[in-house]
Design a protein around this ligand. Structure first.
Ligand SMILES: Cc1cc2nc3c(=O)[nH]c(=O)nc-3n(C[C@H](O)[C@H](O)[C@H](O)COP(=O)(O)OP(=O)(O)OC[C@H]3O[C@@H](n4cnc5c(N)ncnc54)[C@H](O)[C@@H]3O)c2cc1C
Length: 446
């Protein structure tokens, strides 16, 4: 009897403990599922659910729901747990750190590029980053692989190969022209300098590439990298300003000139030379390295006065802009989100849009801009086009009656879309293929 009672107590305790464990496990699973589902709905609403380039693909048959990938990802809410398995949330925000891939204990993650529905165009390059056109190279994110460290490495490797292949001549023709001064372009310029090449580097904007566009607060995750003429940079977590300061100091120390605000418009081959045309001049070179990233070039309006310093194509630090009369040009999400941010700081904001209505906005932005217009925080002028930008004003032409209005103005932000980087590559003659979800990093078990 005593033994029976003892057994009964032991079994009861075991059952209670097991039930508690099961209860808390199920509760936690349900909470994270609910949270992830809510985030997925929001991501779908905001148009961030569908991947645009690199992204993780989870094998649900092998995933054990450890959550290691969720904790390893340095970006926010790319992954979550749903029904005890990993699930992608804001796939379009993935920048390809690959931390999820490395963290998964059962190799259930593959890093893919593009999807079945949405292909990603990539240039053909060989293992030396040379394209189908001999002596034209492509390095960095435009080649498909994201991340600062990869861009730095590829820029350096491409130039090492160019140095081997180049026949140097004592004439005025440049050995190399580099297009773009992001991480890949900067590292290739350093390698070119190290090898005494007679080279030029053009940047349509300012140095730093995509990094220069990061929000000031963003923590930049990186891995140690080897910068030519500098050596090892042992950084894991850094900031945009620290990285850009580092690049600037190395560039200055090595007397490298980066031709900023000089956009390469065309590259044409004649015999064994390349003729490069920019918005400022024409140049000749024996080789070309294209490191233009994937952001593309902002589309310009082509109106008088657009070159003025008060005209911008991106909004970096809205909190620093106050008490100004601002015109935001465009009717997409970037234009509307920027106008809403600027209106928070006692600025007088007018949105000029050439169409009749906002037809391609995220639902949340439609609601927010309507509220801002109703409460007179923002003025929206549909069917209007900027025709001239003056020092203290801007001329808007109205489509309906063709009248022109001059309004006072301090700053202009233009969000008129962009020219795709792959179009530029095609114009040079580089072969492009579309990738429909092909793995870039995969494990044999997948
Ligand atoms: C939101 C976000 C967060 C990220 N976070 C991280 C992170 O934490 N860690 C990390 O390692 N990576 C991160 N990345 C990825 C990283 O920024 C990119 O992989 C990297 O900057 C690619 O370098 P790149 O030199 O190939 O291209 P880019 O940095 O894009 O530079 C290309 C440059 O070429 C210029 N250019 C383009 N066309 C022309 C032309 N016709 N003439 C002249 N110049 C031209 C552009 O203006 C640009 O400056 C992030 C990316 C994003 C979008």
């Amino acid at each position: 009897m005593e033994v029976f009672l003892e057994n009964l107590i032991s079994y009861s305790i075991l059952i209670i403990i097991s039930s508690l464990v099961f209860y808390f496990y199920t509760r936690r699973k349900n909470i994270s599922t609910k949270l992830t589902e809510e985030k997925i709905s929001k991501a779908k609403e905001d148009g961030l659910y569908e991947p645009v380039s690199l992204h993780p693909v989870i094998n649900l048959d092998t995933c054990i729901g450890s959550g290691a990938c969720v904790s390893a990802c340095p970006e926010k809410d790319i992954l979550g747990l749903k029904n005890g398995k990993a699930s992608v949330i804001n796939a379009s925000r993935c920048v390809g750190h690959g931390a999820c891939f490395n963290a998964c204990p059962v190799q259930a993650i593959t890093l893919c590029i593009g999807t079945e529905k949405r292909g990603v165009e990539l240039p053909h390059v060989n293992s030396n980053f040379e394209t189908n056109i001999p002596m034209v190279f492509v390095a960095g994110e435009i080649g498909g692989m994201g991340l600062i460290k990869n861009a730095v490495e590829q820029g350096k490797q491409a130039v090492k190969y160019i140095v081997e292949k180049l026949t140097r001549e004592e004439n005025s023709i440049h050995d190399l022209i580099i297009v773009g001064a992001g991480p890949a372009g900067i590292s290739s310029a350093l390698e070119a300098k190290k090898n005494n090449l007679n080279f030029l580097i053009f940047e349509q904007d300012t140095i730093g590439g995509t990094v220069a566009n990061f929000p000031r607060q963003k923590i930049v995750m990186t891995s140690p990298m080897d910068l030519p003429l500098h050596g090892k940079v042992k950084l894991f977590e850094t900031s945009k300003s620290e990285l850009i300061e580092l690049w600037n100091s190395i560039i200055k120390k090595n007397n490298i000139t980066i031709n900023q605000l000089e956009k390469v418009i065309s590259i044409n081959k004649e015999k064994s030379s390349f003729f490069v045309e920019t918005n400022k001049g024409k140049y000749e070179s024996k080789s070309i390295l294209i490191a233009i990233g994937r952001r593309g070039s902002p589309r310009k309006l082509g109106v008088t006065g657009e070159e003025k310093e008060k005209v911008f194509y991106r909004l970096l630090e809205p909190e620093l802009i106050r008490n100004s009369k601002i015109v935001v040009v465009g009717g997409g999400d970037s234009a509307v989100e920027s106008a809403l941010l600027l209106a928070q700081n006692k600025n007088e904001v007018t949105v000029s849009y050439r169409n009749e209505t906002f037809s391609r906005l995220k639902p949340m932005n439609v609601q927010r801009i309507n509220e801002a217009v109703d409460s007179s925080r923002i003025k929206v002028v549909f069917n209007s086009n900027v025709v001239e930008i003056k020092e203290k004003s801007i001329l808007l032409k109205y489509d309906k009656d063709k009248s022109v209005e001059e309004i006072e103005n301090d700053l202009v932000f233009i969000f008129a879309g962009g020219e795709l980087p792959t179009k530029f590559l095609e114009s040079v003659g580089i072969s492009i293929t579309k990738k429909f979800g092909e793995p870039l990093l995969s494990n044999s078990k997948n």
